[in-house]
Design a protein around this ligand. Structure first.
Ligand code: KG4
Ligand code: ZN
Length: 340
């Protein structure tokens, strides 16, 4: 079964071909980072227009790379939400039209479910059940996963997502957009013992997160020490260290609470090497193992959408001829795959 995946929920146009026999055959991405950088964040209308421009050329590219043609497709999966309404509509419209023209099924998938399942694309994938930590620009969640569509939300951020906190703190430090990778690079040169930030909400039971206070405390440090030599890197280090520790503490709790032996970590922030190492250690200390997607599949991409689509379409799940998008869509409400 050959599935085309289309991701357009935010600022990357991602397309991919997943084949149940051959695995991930090809994937291609156009990142709009340069387009939005001058504004310091994503401009929704510009994002939608750029998806329109990029989508068809990327479709031909993934087909060419895989040596396939459009009629080879058995189905088309696209990101239905959550995300920017206009951006989602570009992918949904293209996917629905393509599927109709080819007389194939189409399915709108949940962006966070796609992130959650992305590590299953790797060799030696985790078996169910597992605990998933989803850390992206829009979400921070801990989820108990019994199987595809069998999710129990254990905790989530009550304010900023982890990636959002990285982006905002990076901005305060005068780094470009997106801030996560830039902050990680700067923190690499940082003096480890110079500043320390708290580990929010770890002093009480529960698995929720709060990251907006860290950004505020980083701002105070920047005000007080910003012009001292090496201060920016040391503040970046302290911020990243606090986020890594906080995630690790909550993951340890979640593994214990769920009695799980596998921790799956996905979403843009899971590309962070310091956070990966900390979570590897946490999992090992709990007698568990951590699983991640390869780096290029941590951030938004079409491969995870094609794969999540296949996980459901293989059981016959598909949408009707009408389509809509869900800019806000909770993961908790998803159900296991069903035919029709
Ligand atoms: O999953 P993603 O590509 O898009 C969303 O669904 O939100 O995640 C993007 C987020 C951004 O906030 C970005 O700054 C963050 O992931 N990110 C990182 C790193 N790479 C990307 N954060 C920390 N360290 C990184 N290396
Ligand atoms: Zn994402």
């Amino acid at each position: 079964m050959l599935i085309l995946g289309i991701e357009t929920s935010c600022d990357e146009t991602g397309l991919a071909l997943y084949d149940s026999a051959g695995g991930l055959l090809s994937h291609a991405l156009h990142s709009q980072v340069d387009l939005h950088a001058v504004y310091g964040g994503v401009v929704p209308e510009l994002a939608s227009r750029d998806h329109v421009r990029r989508l068809m050329p990327l479709l031909h590219l993934v087909l060419e790379r895989a040596g396939r043609v459009l009629p080879d497709l058995d189905g088309v999966a696209y990101t239905r939400g959550p995300g920017l309404a206009g951006a989602l509509l570009v992918g949904a419209g293209a996917a629905r039209a393509l599927a109709w023209a080819l007389d194939r099924p189409a399915l709108g998938v949940h962006h966070m479910e796609a992130h959650l399942l992305a590590p299953l694309l790797e060799p030696d994938p985790p078996a169910f059940p597992f605990v998933a930590l989803l850390v992206s620009g829009g979400h921070t969640m801990l989820v108990q996963v019994a199987g595809v569509g069998r999710y129990r939300l254990l905790g989530e951020s009550v304010d900023d997502a982890a990636g959002e906190a990285f982006d905002k703190t990076a901005k305060l430090l005068g780094l470009g957009y997106p801030g996560g990778p830039a902050l990680e690079r700067l923190a690499g040169d940082g003096d480890a013992g110079r500043f320390r930030l708290p580990r929010p909400m770890t002093d009480r039971p529960g698995l929720d997160f709060s990251f907006s206070g860290l950004k505020t405390q980083a701002r105070t440090l920047i005000r007080q020490h910003g012009d001292e030599p090496g201060a920016a890197a040391a503040i970046a280090f302290a911020f990243q260290d606090a986020v890594a520790d906080t995630l690790a503490i909550k993951c340890r709790r979640a593994l214990a609470e769920a009695g799980a032996e596998r921790l799956v970590v996905s979403g843009g922030v899971s590309a962070n090497a310091v956070i990966r190492r900390r979570l590897d250690d946490t999992a090992a200390a709990a007698g568990a193992r951590a699983y991640y997607p390869r780096l290029e599949l941590c951030t938004d991409n079409g491969a995870m959408v094609a794969y999540a689509g296949w996980c459901r379409m293989r059981h016959g799940q598909q949408d009707g001829l009408d389509f809509d998008v869900r800019p806000r869509w909770s993961l908790d409400g998803l159900r296991p795959p069903r035919a029709g």
